[in-house]
Ligand binder design. Structure first.
Ligand code: URA
Length: 254
């Protein structure tokens, strides 16, 4: 079995946003850091980075934050942006404040528009992020769209054909699967992540998306009990399930 990597405590806590290394030394001097039931007295001690670290290590009586790599699912509410740089309230403000100082930094796995709600992954795991957003990943993403006008009836065929060109693009969209739930309510599954893709697809068939919600990525569903604004950490198996590509059904790849 592979041994878990070991890191210096001061470095680990600084990377988790508990302060500078000097500030971490103060925490240790104040006897606030406890590992496996023992007060830590050496800030330079090397500790094994196991997944259960929050159960073994506490700071001021509270479990330590989970170390990297971390993948979260957030139920994105409307009115928050997915970027550190855009003005306005960001999804990162829904997480514990200390997490904004983590190294490696957390970032969203792709983006949802300001008013799009639903399943958003956030991670500090670079390889995982790239696997999900890579153009070679064809993991489906499922959206519920509320539309301004009733569906005409030909949209499912148009989206499924795989030849729909969006304005300003050079390549047609891959086939997408539309399910009509009500005259103005549709479920759309896409395997790409182009800019404003769902809104632009409906606009290309003369409609307008009034509200948009993502409820599934790969085989990973947004759980109904996760309220808007709430988040939870994913297990490695759940992370893999977000990447599952269609093996059969209408979006099966050739
Ligand atoms: N497609 C869109 O148009 N907007 C989103 O937020 C996600 C997919």
């Amino acid at each position: 079995m592979n041994r878990p990597p070991a890191v210096r405590l001061d470095r680990l806590l600084a990377n988790l946003g508990y302060g500078s290394r000097r500030e971490v030394h103060v925490l240790v001097r104040e006897r606030t850091v406890v590992l496996d039931g023992q007060v830590v007295t050496d800030a330079g001690a090397r500790i094994a980075l196991t997944r259960d670290l929050p159960e073994r290590l506490s700071i001021r009586g509270a479990p330590v934050d989970p170390p990297a790599p971390l993948v979260l699912m957030l139920h994105k509410p409307p009115g928050v942006v997915c970027s550190h740089r855009e003005p306005g309230r960001s999804v990162y403000e829904l997480l514990p404040t200390r997490w904004r100082s983590r190294t490696p930094a957390l970032s969203t796995v792709g983006r949802l528009d300001l008013d799009t709600t639903g399943l958003l992954l956030i991670t500090d795991d670079g390889p995982f992020l790239h696997r999900v957003i890579s153009p070679r990943s064809h993991a489906p993403k499922r959206y519920i769209a509320t539309l301004e006008s009733p569906l005409r009836g030909d949209e499912a065929d148009i989206f499924a054909r795989g030849d729909l060109m969006l304005e300003g693009e050079e390549r047609p969209l891959a086939p997408a699967w539309l399910e009509v739930l009500e005259p103005r309510l549709a479920r759309l599954t896409i395997t790409e992540g182009r800019f404003h893709q769902v809104r632009r697809m409906f606009s290309s068939v003369g409609n307008h998306v009034v509200s948009l919600h993502r409820d599934r990525m790969g085989d990973l569903d947004l759980p109904p009990e996760l309220a808007p604004g709430a988040w939870r950490i994913l297990s490695p198996a759940e992370c893999e399930s977000a990447l599952i590509q269609p093996q059969d059904g209408p979006l099966r790849l050739a």
